[in-house]
Design a protein around this ligand. Sequence first.
Ligand SMILES: Cc1cc2nc3c(=O)[nH]c(=O)nc-3n(C[C@H](O)[C@H](O)[C@H](O)COP(=O)(O)OP(=O)(O)OC[C@H]3O[C@@H](n4cnc5c(N)ncnc54)[C@H](O)[C@@H]3O)c2cc1C
Length: 403
Amino acid sequence: MTEFSMALNEDQLTLQKWVHDFAENEIRPAAHEWDEREEFPYPVVEEAAKIGLYGWEFMFNAMQDPSGLTLPVAIEELFWGDAGIGMAIMGSGLAAAGIAASGTPEQVMEWVPQCYGDAQNVQLGAFAASEPDAGSDVGGYRTSATYDEATDEWVLNGTKAWITNGGIADIHVVVAVVDPELGSKGHASFIVPPGTDGLSQGQKYKKHGIRASHTAEVVLDDVRIPGSMLLGGKDKLDERLARVRRGESGNAQAAMQTFEATRPAVGAQALGVARAAYEYALEYAKEREAFGRKIIMNQSIAFMLADMATEIEATRGLIYRAAWLGKNGQFVNAEGSMAKLKAGRVATWVTERAIQILGGYGYTREYPVERWHRDAKIHDIFEGTEQIQQLVISRAISGLRIE
Ligand SMILES: Cc1cc2nc3c(=O)[nH]c(=O)nc-3n(C[C@H](O)[C@H](O)[C@H](O)COP(=O)(O)OP(=O)(O)OC[C@H]3O[C@@H](n4cnc5c(N)ncnc54)[C@H](O)[C@@H]3O)c2cc1C
C-alpha cells in the first residue's frame, strides 16, 4: 500500500499541467458558446479525443494509479475549464464504470472501448439508472427486464430519467428490475448496443447549469437484447438472486465501497468549479475600485476571499484523502460521501460569493461567475443528493439504520 501524501508525484504534476493547458486553451474559450447553445460540444470532445484525454485508455491509466489521486487531479483541472464541457468529456465514464463494476472481463474488453470510440469516430456511453419516479429511492425503479428463454433474449421496458448522454449515446448501460419482490437487490445491469430497436430519446431537459452536457429521458419499448448483454452473465445473476432470497446480504458491502470510491471524483468536479470562481473573484477584487480604493482593501471582501480559499483547500484535502482511502479499501466513516458532500456545498457557496464580489457584473452573462454558480449546484444533486450523502455518513458513523 502506498503511503498517503498530498504531494503530487512527477507524473501527476505533468498530467495536471497537460489537462490544465487543454482546459485553458480549448475548453474555456468554448464554454460560453456551448452553455448558450445548450448542445453537446462535439468539436471540443473530438479535440479531447485527439490528444487522448477523451478515451478509455485515459480512464484506464488514471484508475491504475495506486495513490488514487490521479483522477481527481485531472478532473479538477477539466472542470476548472468548464463543468458542462467537462461533463460532456466525463459522462461516458459513467457507462464505462457501470460495465467495469458488473461485467465479465470479456464484456469489459468488448464494450468499454465502444463507450468512447476513437479520435476519428467519437462515441458516447450513457448510464441509465434514475427514473421519473425514483432517483434517490433506487428500490422504486420500475423498468423491467424479462428473460425470454426461447430466444435467449432479455426484453426491457420502462422510462429512464435525467440520463447524461441519454438517447445520443452509442452504448446505453441500463439498470432494470429482474425480480420486483427483492427491491433494490432484484436489479441487474444490461448493455443496449448501438442501433437497438425500441430504445429512443424522450424529452431533452433544459437545465439550470452544465448545459453543454446532454441530459434526456431514455424510453425503452420492448427492447430485445441478446442474453449475453446481461452484465456479469446469467449464472452469476441467478446465484446472487438465490442468495438474496435465502436472506443473505450478498455483496452489499462491496457495492457500498464501489459507490464510495467514485464519489471523490465527483467532488473533484465541484472543486474545479469552485476554484475557477475563487480565482476570478480574487483577480477582480484586486482590479475593481470603489470609494477610491481597490475593493479587496475592504476586509469584508478580503475576508470573504480568505474563507473561499480556506474552504477550497479543506475540500481538496478531503477529496485526496478519500480518493486514497477508496483506492486502498480503507473507508471507515463513508469518507467518499463526506468529500462529495463538502465539495458540492463549497462549490455552491464559493460561486455565490464570487457573484457577490463581482456585484452587478457578476449577475450578468457577460461574466462567467453566474455560469459557474449555475454549474456548481448540480453537485448537490446528482450522484447522490446532499441528503443521501448525509444518510450514508450518518449510518456509517452510528452503525444504525437511520431513515
Ligand atoms: C444533470 C443531471 C444529470 C444526471 N445524470 C444521470 C445519469 O447519467 N444517470 C442516472 O441514472 N441518473 C442521472 N441523474 C439523476 C440523479 O442522480 C437524480 O436526480 C438524483 O439521484 C436525485 O433523484 P431525484 O431527482 O429523483 O430526487 P428525489 O430522490 O426525488 O429527491 C428529492 C429531494 O428529496 C430528498 N430526499 C429523497 N430521499 C430522501 C431521504 N431518504 N432522506 C432525506 N432526503 C431525501 C433529496 O435529497 C432531494 O432533496 C442526473 C440528474 C441530473 C439533474
